[in-house]
Design a binder for this molecule. Structure first.
Ligand SMILES: Cc1ncc(COP(=O)(O)O)c(C=O)c1O
Length: 349
């Protein structure tokens, strides 16, 4: 028998989604920004494509991209590092800062992808349920005392709730020996951030991505904002070749044209307000969202899921998460697609 890491035995494999089986399916399940790209954005990407050298390894030290990011985050370049998506950033962070003796605190419901990264490093995990998820979410911060590392997705996936950055700033300030990992994958949809704390505090890492508002999920690009020493630590294991040339080039194009992507964010936020207004009329329970998705609770979520699927619309079933029984998470998409979802919801009211 081939031996494997003993912690792996307790992990279950990630369930493969059917989103890749049907080419015509509308993907409202993974919170990308799938609005059609404008001609202007497309041509910027196409021009950049010709500059990419296929045969060479990517730049392992892309200072131009790092500086653009530093400028975007209002930090210094020494506070930024890039990764193959923020998932890779998170995996590297947990690998570097968590081992057998380290206790990690996570708040549920949560971004589930990180569970395996943590479980591979430690069995000391505190899972705390966020209270009143649909009304006034409440996090039990007294548990921080018993933890070494605290992960918070902010805005939270799957609820869309945002803890005020000033609340997190106080926690970071009061707990200098504990590391706070703040996942800001959806930052652009709310523009509220903890990234500035990386300039003064060593005990915070903010992770961000190009996969959501920046509409670049295919290329895989993420980054962190943190203290220089933490970056040095992570760079002991980070694979410097992991960010491919397409991601680096397209990432730079996006940062030089942020206004074009801001317009897409405005459209998503407008469509979200419309969607929320309509579900209020249908008296469907929902979480107020600072992200590009909305979590709703239905009486008949299975029937709705089936009908959405029959109409080629994929959303994320979150009903198996404790506390989220009968819940679906729906990515905000074009107005037309949101109207289609609403039509199905209203029939099943
Ligand atoms: C909270 C959160 N963090 C990280 C990610 C992953 O982002 P990336 O595509 O950069 O790996 C997601 C994607 O759904 C997410 O919801």
């Amino acid at each position: 028998v081939i031996k494997q890491n003993k912690r792996l035995m307790n992990l279950s494999p990630y369930k493969v989604s059917d989103r890749f089986k049907n080419k015509n399916i509308k993907k409202l399940d993974w919170n990308e920004c799938n609005l059609p790209l404008s001609g202007e954005i497309k041509s910027l990407f196409q021009k950049e494509f010709d500059k990419i050298n296929l045969t060479e390894y990517p730049d392992i030290n892309n200072m131009m991209l790092i500086e653009l990011l530093a400028n975007y985050c209002n930090l210094k370049s020494k506070n930024i590092e890039i990764f193959n998506g923020s998932d890779s950033a998170l995996q590297n962070i947990f690998s570097c800062f968590v081992d057998d003796d380290v206790t990690v605190l996570v708040y549920d419901p949560n971004y589930t992808q990180i569970d395996s990264y943590i479980q591979l490093q430690t069995s000391k995990i505190i899972r705390s349920s966020i209270q009143n998820v649909f009304t006034q979410p409440w996090y039990d911060f007294s548990l921080i005392e018993n933890a070494d590392v605290i992960y918070i997705s902010n805005p939270n996936n799957p609820t869309g709730y945002l803890l005020s950055p000033s609340v997190i700033a106080t926690l970071v300030d009061e707990n200098p020996d504990k590391l706070f990992i703040i996942d800001e994958a959806y930052y652009e949809f709310c523009k509220q951030s903890c990234a500035h704390l990386a300039a003064t505090y060593d005990n915070i890492v903010v992770t961000r991505t190009f996969s959501k508002a920046f509409s670049l999920a295919s290329a895989r690009l993420g980054y962190i904002c943190t203290g220089e020493k933490n970056i040095e630590t992570i760079n002991k294991i980070r694979n410097k070749k992991e960010v491919n040339s397409y991601a680096q080039h397209f990432g730079a194009v996006i940062l030089k044209n942020v206004d074009l992507f801001d317009k897409r964010v405005s459209v998503v936020n407008r469509n979200k307000s419309f969607f929320i207004n309509e579900i209020k009329k249908l008296q469907i329970e929902f979480c107020d969202s600072f992200s590009n998705f909305v979590l709703i609770r239905l009486n008949n979520h299975k029937k709705v899921l089936k009908e959405l699927s029959d109409n080629n619309i994929l959303v994320r079933d979150r009903s198996n998460i404790p506390g989220l029984e009968n819940c679906l998470r729906i990515t905000i998409d074009t107005l037309q697609n949101m109207e289609h979802v609403l039509e199905i919801l209203s029939k099943n009211d």
